[in-house]
Every structure is written in C-alpha cells, then in structure tokens.
Design a protein around this ligand. Structure first.
Ligand code: WT7
Length: 647
C-alpha cells in the first residue's frame, strides 16, 4: 500500500501555471540523478560531486558525495564578480528608524575581515562557534565568516536565558562566543553580554568572547577573554574560503523534541545550500530587483535559511529588521512595507493574528501596493487569518504561500510554488509537496490512510535539505525520526490529504507545543520548573490561545519543604530569568498531586482534559499506558484535588 506513489490531483486543480510543477515533480521521482544534478547548479562548486545521493547508510543520507564548495563564496564572492557589487544585500532598520544599507561589496569586506579575526583567535575548520546576538549585520557576518573558514556555528536565540545558552554551549563544545553588549526590543535594552557572563560560569569550553558595541550600555569585559569586535577587525581584505566537503557540517541548531534536552540538528553545506536556494525560488519566485522581507528571527531555522543563506545565494536584497512588528506603533510592519516597497513578505500566523487585532484601519492607511506575494510559516494558519492576510494586506491580488517545514527539513517541503506553477489555493492548506518530497500520511502501524483521514505525516524519500544528524546523538537521530514508522522520516505532525490532494497540517502529535510559532517541549518546561529547586512534580500542556496558537499551562506540586510567598509568581520569575520568557508558563497552578500511571508517568493529557473540561465518553485515547478504570479513577481524583481551579 505504502509503496504506491502519491498521485497528484492535477485534474481538479488544472491550471496553466501548474505544468512546470508537474513536470519537475515527476522528474524528481523518475530521474532523480538528473533532477538533483540540475538543481545543484544553483551553487558554484570547486569540484563536482561523484554521486547525487549515497543512501547506503540509510537513514544517514549523504548528498552530492565528494562535491566541494563554500557557502560564503556562494553567498557573497560570486556576486561581486558579477554585476551585484553595489547592490544592497541588506537594508537593516531598527525600531528607532536607524537604517544601515550593506552592499554585497560591503558584506564581502566585512566577512573577510571578520574571518581573519576569527583565525587570529585560533579558530579553524571544524571548531564550534556560539552566536548570541541581536538581529544586526554583524550576526550575519559572523555566520558567513564561520562558513568561510569551515567553523561550525550554533546560533542561540537572543530571547533565551543563561541556562539555555550554557546548555547549548556545552553540547556543541563552542570555543568562542560572539555576542553584543545588548539588543533593542520594545524600547528596552536586552543585556546580552551579561547573560553570556552568567552562562560562562556554567561552561568550560569557551576561550574567548567577541562583543559588538551595539547599544552602548555598560558591560563587564574580562581581560584576556573578551574582545571588542571593532578592536579585532582589521583591514585585511581577503581570506581564501575553505574548500568544504558537501557533507561537512555548516551549523548546529537546537530545537525542542519530546525529551527534556533540546536536540542539536546538524545541517551540512551542499545539500542544505542546494535545498534552501531552490525552495526560495520555487515557492516565492523572487526577481532580481525585488525586496524580500522574511520577518523572522535569525535565531530560528527560518532566519538561517531565508534571511541568510537562500536570499544571499540568489543575490537578493533583504530587509533586516531588529525589533517588534508592532512597536513603537501598531502599524510598524505596514509602515516598513510601504516605506521600503517590500515585494515579498514572509511572516508567521501569530504575527498576522496579533496585527489583525489592531483593526483594518492600520494597514489601510498605508500604500501596500508593492506587495506581490505573502508567505506564512511556523504553525497552521486558520482560514480567518488567511482571509484577512489575503484581503486586507494583499488587496486580494497576492497569493498566500503557506509554507510547511521544520528545523530538521532545512527548508520548505510543502507549499504552493509561485515560481513553478500553483493551482487554486485553499485557505489553511499548505497545498502540495515540493519536487522531491514524497509525503505519506500513515496510521500507527505505518499503513497509508485514506484521503480525508487524519494520520501522521511522514516522508518516504530523503531530500537534500534533510539534516545530516543530531549532535552527539547519532543513534537518537535514527530512533527519533526513522523508527516510529520504519524507514520513513517522521515529522511528528498530524495531517490530512483531502480528496483533491491538498495537504492540511493539523499540529503536533507529540509532547511538543507551538507557542507563537516557537517550538517548545513540554518536558523541557517541566525540567525548567524542577530546576528552580522548589518543585517536586510538574505537568505542562498547551491551551488554545487566540493569538499565540497555544499558551503554556503548568500544574505543579511543590516540595514539602518549599516555603515561598506567591509560589506561582516566584516560579515564573525563576524560569524567565534562567531560561527566557519563551519557556515561561502563562499560568501556573499549584496542586497537591498530579495524576500518574502505575509506572509513575505524569498523565499530561488527563490534566489538560480535566482542566479544559474536555472529558468525553471515550477516555481510552487519553493515556495508552493505563486501563480505562485507572484513567477514570485518575480523572475523579484529580477533579477533587483541583477544587476550584479552572472554573
Ligand atoms: C513545526 C516545526 C519551519 C520553520 C519554523 C518552524 C509547525 C511549521 C507550518 C505550517 C502548519 C507548521 C509544525 C512543524 N509548522 N510550518 N505551514 N503549517 N504547521 O520550525 O521550530 O522546527 O517547527 O512547526 O508543527 O513540525 P520548527
């Protein structure tokens, strides 16, 4: 069953534009050697690959075997040899309206100078670099410089706290941290360097810290360890790019899973570069003079792929915005779109919902006619939000490109593709798989479910953007992603393929939350609560939220000797200070006990169902490890323990 190829619904969506998509999709299946060879031409290679795919050690797939290239060369050098030398690579702007334009030539200069500075500090091929920075040009320069000299970078989102930063430094073994004195956010300064100082008390591998003087706040510099960026960057104008193997690692990006510790997803140079550049072309069809704004944070995969690597490889001009989309004005985003004449806008459903709440007058006050295409990413987009984005922002003339993908997939995998042909859109559906992507929706035993039935979204064949593996966890890579449904890549998402072949993503099937489009593990939050020292047990779940998609709710049992006033507030503060506001629960309820299975597993689904009053007749789906009687007992007991909470 599972081995039949998916037939595409060409008849029902037949449209003149769909033709090229169909032929590319078919070519990827029928003649992969040619298809993957052709799409790799988007990059310049020092040496061509011997084979497009080595799948002999499946699921450790290796793309463009023995191909040699450098992504900083592809992102920067080749454009200045062509006619893009004076083209803006980035128009940086912040919430104060300060603007800085960096051309491809300027980026080339900066990347070379910083590459030399890194080498002078003893950083070379294979070394690990942690980057903890605001959304500034130097952050991109740091990434490209690492790529140039073959060092492996790991970005830590600047909203994370010291403990989260320390965990990532320790797991990656970073020798150096690149940061700034601070960043701007909603009129406040985020003290990044201070957080680095605290994190370094919990780590051993870091030898030096480079600090960009960005906000000008008072910071502590440690003699012999900390260096100002502007002091170590010299005049040197050329550092030969390392000839990287296609499958050498490029970066590690930590993401949440079903266990407490975040997983370090490793992406390589060749396959990743090929995939992000092609997918940007296919899905958004950017033109030479377009202005592209991917309004994500570089700290997440969306930023890595579609603010940094893909647009630079294609030689585009990007807007780089440091700040909140609704600060200092509710129409900040529309002001920027209008002022900069943005042609393609790519953001999250959460951001759209937040801006939609301010009303239509804000966007309607601006000339948004430069917009041609509108994209979304990170979580399912509900039809109402889709319609608003389409009508009010796009004036009913811009297609909505709902892109589905993950940190692990490197780039977009299911999405309408404006560049190669797309049919009618259905609000809320990410439509069809991109060429090379072969999705199968299965039940628990791996059987393909019928169209219209909900199941697990899996991908049957590898594609070049798929991660190389997990840092320090070779075996876990296989067991987390290729064992649940044997041999298929397991996304962790529920999906439906409708009778017309459209894919509808229905959210996570596992213990992972999506809060404002950010991926957070429930167990990770429970661990953060436990680390405060006053919690004995914690159960965390997501509650539907109108703007954020989900909000974090925690039920905790305090340790018997815990003696704190307002424990819920104290816990929120503790988690916020050490891990960041992203991981901080919106609600914390203190209870005497939590429902547990006989083996001691906390029954999160039961806590959630009781709290949200969602107990139906069939309780067996709530917990697989317990009998129905046990579940009923647990529900009754928890209802009593809960008293008035949630009423
Ligand atoms: C999870 C991956 C992809 C970059 C940003 C998030 C959810 C992502 C969509 C979409 C429905 C989506 C899934 C996925 N997701 N895009 N268009 N429709 N759900 O990357 O942090 O690795 O999260 O985001 O649940 O598994 P991430």
């Amino acid at each position: 069953m599972v081995n039949e190829p998916n037939s595409l619904p060409f008849d029902s969506v037949m449209n003149p534009g769909l033709g090229k998509y169909i032929s590319l999709y078919n070519e990827a299946i029928e003649n992969p050697e040619k298809f993957y060879g052709d799409i790799a031409q988007i990059l310049d290679w020092y040496k061509r690959w011997d084979k497009v795919l080595d799948d002999s050690k499946s699921p450790y797939f290796r793309w463009y075997v023995n191909g040699k290239l450098n992504l900083s060369y592809n992102a920067v050098d080749r454009h200045i040899q062509e006619n893009r030398r004076n083209k803006a690579a980035y128009i940086y702007v912040n919430e104060k309206g300060v603007e800085k334009i960096v051309t491809y030539q300027g980026l080339f200069k900066r990347v070379n100078a910083f590459s030399q500075a890194l080498k002078d500090l003893g950083i070379g091929k294979g070394d690990r670099i942690a980057i903890y920075m605001p959304m500034i040009i130097e952050e991109i320069v740091a990434m490209l410089s690492a790529a140039r000299i073959g060092a492996v970078f790991t970005l830590v989102f600047s909203g994370f706290g010291a403990e989260a930063l320390a965990d990532r430094i320790n797991d990656s073994g970073a020798k150096i941290v690149i940061t700034a004195d601070g960043g701007f956010r909603r009129g406040k300064v985020i003290p990044l360097k201070k957080t680095v100082d605290s994190a370094l008390e919990m780590t051993k591998s870091v030898e030096s810290v480079i600090v960009v003087n960005h906000v000008g706040n008072e910071i502590n510099m440690v003699e012999g360890r900390d260096y100002w960026y502007h002091h170590i960057v010299g005049e040197k104008s050329y550092v030969e790019p390392e000839r990287m193997d296609s499958n050498d690692p490029l970066f590690i990006l930590y993401t949440s899973g079903t266990t407490g510790k975040p997983k370090g997803v490793i992406h390589g140079n060749g396959g990743y570069g090929v995939w992000v550049a092609n997918t940007l072309k296919w899905t958004f069809d950017p033109q030479e003079n377009d202005r592209w704004w991917c309004a994500a944070d570089i700290g997440w995969i969306t930023g890595h792929s579609y603010i940094v690597f893909a647009p630079l490889i294609l030689g585009l001009t990007s807007i780089l915005y440091e700040g909140s989309l609704d600060y200092p004005f509710p129409d900040q985003m529309w002001r920027l779109v209008s002022y900069y004449g943005v042609n393609i806008l790519y953001t999250s459903p959460t951001a759209i919902r937040a801006l939609m709440k301010y009303g239509d007058a804000y966007p309607r006050n601006h000339d948004l006619s430069s917009l041609k295409t509108l994209g979304t990413v990170g979580e399912p987009i509900n039809p109402k939000t889709w319609e608003w984005y389409y009508k009010v922002i796009g004036n009913s003339k811009c297609p909505i490109v709902d892109t589905y993908w993950q940190t692990e997939t490197g780039g977009i995998i299911i999405s309408p593709s404006i560049g190669i042909g797309y049919g009618p859109l259905k609000p809320g559906s990410a439509t069809f798989p991109l060429p090379g992507i072969d999705p199968v929706i299965t039940d628990d035993s791996g059987n393909k479910v019928d169209s219209g039935q909900k199941g697990y979204l899996t991908i049957r064949k590898p594609w070049p953007g798929l991660m190389l593996g997990l840092n320090n966890q070779d075996e876990k890579y296989r067991t987390s992603y290729f064992e649940k449904i044997k041999g298929f890549y397991f996304t962790g998402d529920y999906a439906i393929r409708d009778k017309d072949g459209f894919y509808w993503l229905l959210g996570r099937s596992d213990e992972v939350l999506k809060v404002s489009g950010h991926r957070i593990g429930t167990i990770e939050i429970e661990d953060a609560l436990l680390s405060t020292g006053i919690v004995a047990e914690a159960g965390v779940f997501g509650k539907p939220h109108q703007v954020k998609g989900e909000s974090i709710v925690a039920f905790v049992v305090l340790k018997s000797d815990a003696n704190v006033d307002s424990p819920a507030e104290a816990l929120k503060k503790g988690v916020r200070d050490n891990f960041g506001s992203l991981m901080t629960p919106d609600e914390i309820h203190i209870v005497k006990s939590l429902p547990k299975t006989r083996s001691g597993k906390i029954m999160r689904r039961i806590i959630k169902a009781v709290y949200l009053n969602q107990i139906s007749g069939d309780v067996s789906t709530l917990e697989s490890e317990a009998s129905v009687t046990e579940i009923r007992e647990a529900i009754e007991k928890f209802r009593k323990d809960l008293g008035g909470v949630g009423d």
